[in-house]
Every structure is written in structure tokens, then in C-alpha cells.
Design a protein. Sequence first.
Length: 87
Amino acid sequence: MIEQIIRDCISALICPTGHFYPDKNYGSRLNKEADLNSLLSLARLAVHNISGVYIKNGKKLDSKLILSVLINEKEERTVTVDLEKNV
């Protein structure tokens, strides 16, 4: 169950908004040029429809965004998004 939620999060984070036919609002607007606060806001917006998921914090290292994802208020996992390749 948790693994599927993480896969859903990653999918929402790496898919550019407007590129998913059934839902034009699905995906993210992550941008490698954005600062960390903007990236966190954009990442939270991308996963807002996934029940029980909250992006707690993150850090940007080179072209990678490393996010701490809180699931159902008790499980915490790390998700890494390569801003060069995926977005």
C-alpha cells in the first residue's frame, strides 16, 4: 500500500502539468531554476489530490530535489526527483 502511494507521488511529481490526457491538471510544474521554497510549494500542489500525503520538507542538491513525504501522518519516506531528466 505505501509503495503504491510513493509510486503515485513520483508519477505526479515527474509528469509535467498538461501532459496527462484524462486530467489536464495532473502533474507538476517543477522547474530546475526555482528556489527551494518554490519547489516545495509546487511539489505539494502536485500531490494535493493524493489522500493522506503531505510533503514535509526537502532539499535541493545540484539538479536533484530530495523530498520527505509523510503518509497517513505516520509513515515517512524519501522521494528523489531528478529535475534535469524528469521535469
